[in-house]
Design a protein around this ligand. Structure first.
Ligand SMILES: Cc1cc2nc3c(=O)[nH]c(=O)nc-3n(C[C@H](O)[C@H](O)[C@H](O)COP(=O)(O)OP(=O)(O)OC[C@H]3O[C@@H](n4cnc5c(N)ncnc54)[C@H](O)[C@@H]3O)c2cc1C
Length: 317
Protein backbone atom coordinates (compact mmCIF):
# COMPACT_ATOMS: atom_id res chain seq x y z
CA UNK A 1 0.00 0.00 0.00
CA UNK A 2 1.57 3.26 -0.98
CA UNK A 3 -0.60 5.62 1.07
CA UNK A 4 0.45 4.26 4.48
CA UNK A 5 1.94 7.06 6.57
CA UNK A 6 4.40 6.09 9.28
CA UNK A 7 4.87 7.50 12.78
CA UNK A 8 2.07 10.04 12.95
CA UNK A 9 0.69 11.80 16.03
CA UNK A 10 -2.72 10.21 16.60
CA UNK A 11 -3.90 13.06 18.86
CA UNK A 12 -4.55 15.23 15.78
CA UNK A 13 -7.26 12.73 14.74
CA UNK A 14 -8.90 12.46 18.16
CA UNK A 15 -11.31 15.02 19.54
CA UNK A 16 -9.91 14.61 23.07
CA UNK A 17 -6.48 15.60 21.73
CA UNK A 18 -4.46 13.21 23.91
CA UNK A 19 -2.19 10.56 22.38
CA UNK A 20 1.27 9.67 21.13
CA UNK A 21 2.55 8.30 17.87
CA UNK A 22 1.12 5.36 15.96
CA UNK A 23 3.47 3.41 13.73
CA UNK A 24 1.17 3.15 10.66
CA UNK A 25 -1.83 5.17 9.46
CA UNK A 26 -3.91 4.88 6.32
CA UNK A 27 -7.07 6.48 4.99
CA UNK A 28 -9.56 4.06 3.43
CA UNK A 29 -11.78 5.68 0.84
CA UNK A 30 -13.69 2.62 -0.35
CA UNK A 31 -14.32 -1.06 0.42
CA UNK A 32 -11.29 -2.14 -1.59
CA UNK A 33 -9.05 0.19 0.46
CA UNK A 34 -10.38 -1.33 3.69
CA UNK A 35 -9.68 -4.86 2.48
CA UNK A 36 -6.17 -3.90 1.31
CA UNK A 37 -5.45 -2.15 4.61
CA UNK A 38 -6.46 -5.24 6.61
CA UNK A 39 -4.31 -7.43 4.34
CA UNK A 40 -1.40 -4.99 4.85
CA UNK A 41 -1.76 -5.18 8.66
CA UNK A 42 -1.81 -8.99 8.46
CA UNK A 43 1.28 -9.01 6.24
CA UNK A 44 3.12 -6.66 8.63
CA UNK A 45 1.85 -8.73 11.59
CA UNK A 46 0.51 -5.66 13.38
CA UNK A 47 -2.95 -5.13 14.91
CA UNK A 48 -5.29 -2.60 13.33
CA UNK A 49 -7.86 -0.15 14.62
CA UNK A 50 -10.72 1.40 12.69
CA UNK A 51 -11.04 5.13 13.19
CA UNK A 52 -14.19 7.06 12.36
CA UNK A 53 -14.40 10.68 13.50
CA UNK A 54 -12.30 10.02 16.63
CA UNK A 55 -14.97 11.43 18.95
CA UNK A 56 -15.14 8.51 21.35
CA UNK A 57 -11.51 7.34 21.47
CA UNK A 58 -8.94 8.04 24.17
CA UNK A 59 -5.36 7.10 23.33
CA UNK A 60 -2.37 6.52 25.57
CA UNK A 61 0.63 8.69 24.79
CA UNK A 62 3.19 5.91 24.30
CA UNK A 63 4.04 4.94 20.72
CA UNK A 64 1.69 2.19 19.48
CA UNK A 65 2.71 -0.37 16.90
CA UNK A 66 -0.46 -0.76 14.84
CA UNK A 67 -2.21 0.29 11.67
CA UNK A 68 -4.93 2.89 12.17
CA UNK A 69 -7.42 2.65 9.30
CA UNK A 70 -9.34 5.91 9.04
CA UNK A 71 -12.65 5.47 7.26
CA UNK A 72 -12.81 8.50 5.02
CA UNK A 73 -15.93 10.56 4.54
CA UNK A 74 -14.83 11.98 1.21
CA UNK A 75 -17.49 12.06 -1.50
CA UNK A 76 -17.60 8.96 -3.73
CA UNK A 77 -15.84 6.97 -1.04
CA UNK A 78 -16.96 4.30 1.39
CA UNK A 79 -18.14 7.21 3.47
CA UNK A 80 -19.80 9.07 0.68
CA UNK A 81 -23.16 7.59 -0.09
CA UNK A 82 -26.66 7.98 1.32
CA UNK A 83 -29.29 6.21 -0.78
CA UNK A 84 -33.00 6.65 -0.13
CA UNK A 85 -35.69 4.24 -1.31
CA UNK A 86 -39.26 4.56 -0.03
CA UNK A 87 -38.93 4.69 3.78
CA UNK A 88 -35.48 3.10 3.78
CA UNK A 89 -32.02 4.61 3.79
CA UNK A 90 -28.72 2.91 3.01
CA UNK A 91 -25.60 4.71 4.17
CA UNK A 92 -21.91 3.91 4.09
CA UNK A 93 -19.99 3.82 7.38
CA UNK A 94 -17.93 6.96 6.87
CA UNK A 95 -20.95 9.21 6.37
CA UNK A 96 -21.25 11.74 9.17
CA UNK A 97 -24.05 10.91 11.57
CA UNK A 98 -25.17 14.54 11.28
CA UNK A 99 -25.64 14.08 7.50
CA UNK A 100 -27.70 10.95 8.03
CA UNK A 101 -29.79 12.69 10.70
CA UNK A 102 -30.45 15.75 8.54
CA UNK A 103 -31.43 13.52 5.61
CA UNK A 104 -34.00 11.73 7.77
CA UNK A 105 -35.34 15.00 9.17
CA UNK A 106 -35.69 16.60 5.70
CA UNK A 107 -37.50 13.54 4.40
CA UNK A 108 -39.85 13.38 7.39
CA UNK A 109 -38.43 10.05 8.61
CA UNK A 110 -39.05 9.75 12.35
CA UNK A 111 -36.50 8.60 14.95
CA UNK A 112 -32.98 9.88 14.48
CA UNK A 113 -33.82 13.54 15.17
CA UNK A 114 -32.96 13.05 18.87
CA UNK A 115 -29.41 12.16 17.81
CA UNK A 116 -28.96 15.63 16.30
CA UNK A 117 -25.62 17.17 17.17
CA UNK A 118 -23.82 13.94 18.11
CA UNK A 119 -20.44 14.16 16.38
CA UNK A 120 -18.99 11.20 14.49
CA UNK A 121 -19.53 8.81 11.63
CA UNK A 122 -22.32 6.31 11.11
CA UNK A 123 -19.82 3.45 11.59
CA UNK A 124 -18.60 4.78 14.94
CA UNK A 125 -22.18 5.40 16.04
CA UNK A 126 -23.27 1.85 15.21
CA UNK A 127 -20.22 0.45 17.02
CA UNK A 128 -21.18 2.18 20.28
CA UNK A 129 -24.95 2.28 19.60
CA UNK A 130 -24.90 6.05 20.01
CA UNK A 131 -27.98 7.74 21.31
CA UNK A 132 -29.54 10.62 23.17
CA UNK A 133 -32.84 11.65 24.74
CA UNK A 134 -33.98 8.05 25.23
CA UNK A 135 -33.32 6.81 21.69
CA UNK A 136 -30.40 5.10 20.03
CA UNK A 137 -29.35 4.46 16.47
CA UNK A 138 -29.99 0.70 16.67
CA UNK A 139 -33.78 1.21 16.89
CA UNK A 140 -33.87 2.12 13.20
CA UNK A 141 -31.30 -0.30 11.78
CA UNK A 142 -32.55 -3.21 9.69
CA UNK A 143 -29.14 -4.56 8.67
CA UNK A 144 -25.44 -3.77 8.85
CA UNK A 145 -22.96 -4.64 6.10
CA UNK A 146 -19.70 -5.83 7.59
CA UNK A 147 -16.29 -7.19 6.68
CA UNK A 148 -15.66 -10.13 9.01
CA UNK A 149 -12.00 -10.47 8.08
CA UNK A 150 -12.72 -12.87 5.24
CA UNK A 151 -15.77 -11.63 3.38
CA UNK A 152 -18.33 -8.85 3.20
CA UNK A 153 -21.71 -9.96 4.57
CA UNK A 154 -24.99 -8.48 5.82
CA UNK A 155 -26.02 -8.97 9.46
CA UNK A 156 -29.55 -8.43 10.69
CA UNK A 157 -30.32 -6.10 13.60
CA UNK A 158 -30.74 -9.01 16.06
CA UNK A 159 -27.30 -10.41 15.25
CA UNK A 160 -25.74 -7.06 16.17
CA UNK A 161 -26.73 -7.66 19.84
CA UNK A 162 -27.41 -3.99 20.46
CA UNK A 163 -27.84 -2.79 24.02
CA UNK A 164 -27.25 0.43 25.91
CA UNK A 165 -24.01 1.73 24.26
CA UNK A 166 -23.29 -1.88 23.35
CA UNK A 167 -23.08 -3.95 20.20
CA UNK A 168 -21.49 -7.11 18.87
CA UNK A 169 -18.87 -4.86 17.23
CA UNK A 170 -17.29 -4.23 20.65
CA UNK A 171 -16.62 -7.97 20.91
CA UNK A 172 -15.94 -9.09 17.35
CA UNK A 173 -13.31 -7.65 15.09
CA UNK A 174 -15.79 -6.80 12.35
CA UNK A 175 -15.54 -3.69 10.23
CA UNK A 176 -18.76 -1.82 9.56
CA UNK A 177 -19.02 -0.97 5.88
CA UNK A 178 -22.54 0.44 5.84
CA UNK A 179 -26.07 0.01 7.16
CA UNK A 180 -29.68 0.00 6.11
CA UNK A 181 -32.26 1.90 8.15
CA UNK A 182 -36.06 1.77 8.11
CA UNK A 183 -38.31 4.60 9.30
CA UNK A 184 -41.93 5.56 9.88
CA UNK A 185 -43.09 8.70 8.13
CA UNK A 186 -43.78 11.85 10.11
CA UNK A 187 -43.87 15.59 9.66
CA UNK A 188 -40.61 17.09 8.35
CA UNK A 189 -41.39 20.51 9.88
CA UNK A 190 -41.91 19.06 13.36
CA UNK A 191 -38.77 16.94 13.10
CA UNK A 192 -36.74 19.96 11.96
CA UNK A 193 -37.91 21.93 15.00
CA UNK A 194 -36.95 19.09 17.39
CA UNK A 195 -33.57 18.72 15.69
CA UNK A 196 -32.80 22.45 15.78
CA UNK A 197 -33.80 22.72 19.45
CA UNK A 198 -31.54 19.80 20.38
CA UNK A 199 -28.60 21.26 18.46
CA UNK A 200 -29.10 24.59 20.24
CA UNK A 201 -29.24 22.90 23.67
CA UNK A 202 -26.06 20.96 22.90
CA UNK A 203 -24.33 24.08 21.62
CA UNK A 204 -25.18 25.92 24.85
CA UNK A 205 -23.94 22.98 26.93
CA UNK A 206 -20.68 22.17 25.13
CA UNK A 207 -19.75 25.39 23.34
CA UNK A 208 -17.60 25.25 20.23
CA UNK A 209 -15.16 22.35 19.79
CA UNK A 210 -14.91 20.94 23.33
CA UNK A 211 -11.82 18.73 23.70
CA UNK A 212 -13.66 15.74 25.14
CA UNK A 213 -14.61 12.22 24.06
CA UNK A 214 -18.32 12.73 24.86
CA UNK A 215 -19.74 11.22 28.05
CA UNK A 216 -16.82 9.52 29.76
CA UNK A 217 -18.68 6.83 31.72
CA UNK A 218 -21.84 4.86 30.99
CA UNK A 219 -25.05 5.48 32.90
CA UNK A 220 -25.95 2.77 35.39
CA UNK A 221 -28.65 0.23 34.57
CA UNK A 222 -30.74 -0.06 37.73
CA UNK A 223 -31.27 -3.82 37.45
CA UNK A 224 -27.49 -4.33 37.38
CA UNK A 225 -26.85 -2.90 40.86
CA UNK A 226 -27.47 -4.26 44.34
CA UNK A 227 -30.39 -3.25 46.55
CA UNK A 228 -27.87 -1.84 48.99
CA UNK A 229 -26.46 0.53 46.35
CA UNK A 230 -29.92 1.42 45.10
CA UNK A 231 -30.87 2.56 48.61
CA UNK A 232 -28.33 5.41 48.30
CA UNK A 233 -29.93 6.75 45.11
CA UNK A 234 -32.48 9.56 45.02
CA UNK A 235 -35.39 7.84 43.14
CA UNK A 236 -36.24 11.08 41.33
CA UNK A 237 -32.91 10.79 39.47
CA UNK A 238 -33.76 7.43 37.86
CA UNK A 239 -34.87 7.75 34.24
CA UNK A 240 -35.80 4.96 31.80
CA UNK A 241 -34.37 2.36 34.20
CA UNK A 242 -31.01 4.15 34.38
CA UNK A 243 -29.16 6.23 36.94
CA UNK A 244 -27.30 9.07 35.24
CA UNK A 245 -23.63 8.56 36.07
CA UNK A 246 -23.27 12.36 36.01
CA UNK A 247 -25.47 12.47 39.12
CA UNK A 248 -23.24 9.96 40.96
CA UNK A 249 -20.14 11.87 39.94
CA UNK A 250 -21.60 15.19 40.99
CA UNK A 251 -22.57 13.70 44.37
CA UNK A 252 -18.89 12.87 44.99
CA UNK A 253 -17.82 16.39 44.03
CA UNK A 254 -16.40 15.57 40.59
CA UNK A 255 -17.25 18.88 38.90
CA UNK A 256 -14.11 20.94 38.43
CA UNK A 257 -11.73 18.20 39.71
CA UNK A 258 -8.42 18.37 37.89
CA UNK A 259 -5.21 16.43 37.30
CA UNK A 260 -2.70 18.42 35.25
CA UNK A 261 -4.37 19.48 32.01
CA UNK A 262 -7.33 17.10 32.37
CA UNK A 263 -10.41 18.20 34.30
CA UNK A 264 -14.09 17.49 34.91
CA UNK A 265 -16.29 20.21 33.42
CA UNK A 266 -18.11 22.57 35.74
CA UNK A 267 -21.40 22.01 33.88
CA UNK A 268 -21.57 18.18 33.98
CA UNK A 269 -19.92 15.58 36.21
CA UNK A 270 -19.52 13.10 33.33
CA UNK A 271 -17.71 15.38 30.89
CA UNK A 272 -13.92 15.19 31.11
CA UNK A 273 -12.02 17.83 29.17
CA UNK A 274 -8.46 18.45 28.03
CA UNK A 275 -7.26 22.05 28.37
CA UNK A 276 -4.81 21.35 25.55
CA UNK A 277 -1.88 20.36 27.79
CA UNK A 278 -3.43 17.16 29.18
CA UNK A 279 -1.44 13.93 29.32
CA UNK A 280 -2.71 10.35 29.45
CA UNK A 281 -1.10 9.99 32.86
CA UNK A 282 -3.21 12.91 34.20
CA UNK A 283 -6.29 11.25 32.78
CA UNK A 284 -5.64 7.84 34.31
CA UNK A 285 -5.11 9.47 37.73
CA UNK A 286 -8.36 11.44 37.47
CA UNK A 287 -10.36 8.45 36.20
CA UNK A 288 -9.01 6.24 39.00
CA UNK A 289 -9.97 8.87 41.58
CA UNK A 290 -13.50 9.28 40.20
CA UNK A 291 -14.10 5.53 40.07
CA UNK A 292 -12.91 5.07 43.61
CA UNK A 293 -15.02 7.95 44.99
CA UNK A 294 -18.19 6.56 43.39
CA UNK A 295 -17.39 3.03 44.56
CA UNK A 296 -16.80 4.28 48.11
CA UNK A 297 -19.98 6.35 48.35
CA UNK A 298 -22.45 4.19 46.37
CA UNK A 299 -20.79 0.76 46.09
CA UNK A 300 -21.16 1.06 42.30
CA UNK A 301 -18.39 0.33 39.81
CA UNK A 302 -18.60 2.78 36.96
CA UNK A 303 -17.49 1.73 33.51
CA UNK A 304 -16.11 3.73 30.60
CA UNK A 305 -18.24 4.59 27.58
CA UNK A 306 -15.11 5.84 25.77
CA UNK A 307 -12.89 3.41 23.87
CA UNK A 308 -9.23 3.21 24.85
CA UNK A 309 -6.46 2.89 22.33
CA UNK A 310 -3.31 1.23 23.58
CA UNK A 311 -1.19 -1.67 22.46
CA UNK A 312 -2.32 -4.12 25.13
CA UNK A 313 -6.00 -3.74 24.17
CA UNK A 314 -5.28 -3.96 20.43
CA UNK A 315 -3.20 -7.10 20.86
CA UNK A 316 -5.83 -8.76 23.04
CA UNK A 317 -8.60 -8.45 20.41
C1 LIG B 1 -19.07 16.84 22.31
C2 LIG B 1 -19.46 15.39 22.19
C3 LIG B 1 -20.76 15.00 22.48
C4 LIG B 1 -21.14 13.65 22.37
N1 LIG B 1 -22.43 13.30 22.65
C5 LIG B 1 -22.80 12.00 22.52
C6 LIG B 1 -24.16 11.60 22.78
O1 LIG B 1 -25.03 12.40 23.11
N2 LIG B 1 -24.48 10.29 22.64
C7 LIG B 1 -23.56 9.35 22.24
O2 LIG B 1 -23.92 8.17 22.11
N3 LIG B 1 -22.27 9.70 22.00
C8 LIG B 1 -21.88 10.99 22.12
N4 LIG B 1 -20.57 11.35 21.88
C9 LIG B 1 -19.58 10.31 21.55
C10 LIG B 1 -19.36 10.11 20.02
O3 LIG B 1 -19.75 11.24 19.32
C11 LIG B 1 -20.12 8.90 19.53
O4 LIG B 1 -19.68 7.76 20.21
C12 LIG B 1 -19.92 8.69 18.02
O5 LIG B 1 -20.83 7.73 17.60
C13 LIG B 1 -18.50 8.25 17.69
O6 LIG B 1 -18.35 8.20 16.29
P1 LIG B 1 -16.90 8.34 15.64
O7 LIG B 1 -17.04 8.16 14.17
O8 LIG B 1 -16.25 9.57 16.09
O9 LIG B 1 -16.21 7.05 16.25
P2 LIG B 1 -14.69 6.91 16.73
O10 LIG B 1 -14.49 7.70 17.96
O11 LIG B 1 -13.77 7.14 15.60
O12 LIG B 1 -14.67 5.36 17.09
C14 LIG B 1 -15.39 4.86 18.19
C15 LIG B 1 -15.26 3.33 18.19
O13 LIG B 1 -15.91 2.82 17.04
C16 LIG B 1 -15.03 2.00 16.27
N5 LIG B 1 -15.38 2.22 14.86
C17 LIG B 1 -15.51 3.41 14.21
N6 LIG B 1 -15.89 3.20 12.94
C18 LIG B 1 -15.98 1.85 12.77
C19 LIG B 1 -16.31 1.01 11.66
N7 LIG B 1 -16.64 1.49 10.46
N8 LIG B 1 -16.29 -0.34 11.85
C20 LIG B 1 -15.97 -0.87 13.06
N9 LIG B 1 -15.64 -0.12 14.14
C21 LIG B 1 -15.65 1.23 14.00
C22 LIG B 1 -13.63 2.51 16.62
O14 LIG B 1 -12.65 1.51 16.41
C23 LIG B 1 -13.80 2.86 18.10
O15 LIG B 1 -13.64 1.72 18.90
C24 LIG B 1 -20.18 12.68 21.97
C25 LIG B 1 -18.86 13.08 21.68
C26 LIG B 1 -18.50 14.42 21.79
C27 LIG B 1 -17.09 14.81 21.46
Amino acid sequence: MNNVVKNIEISQHLNFGVGGKVSHFVTASNKEDILSAVAYAKKEKIPYLILGGGNNIVSCDKKIKCLVIKISSEPDSVGGEIKIKDNKIYTDAGILLSDLVSTTVKNGFVGLETLSGIPGTVGGSIYGNAGAYGHSISEFISSVTIFDGKKIIKTGNKDCHFGYRESVFKKKKWIIIGAEFKFKKGDAKELTKISEDIIETRWKKFGPKPKCPGSYFKNIIVKDISKKSLAFIDPSKIKDGKIPVGYLLEEVGAKGMREGGIYVSDFHGNIILNDGTGKYNDLTKLVKKLKSLVKKKFGIEIEEEVQYLHEKILNSR
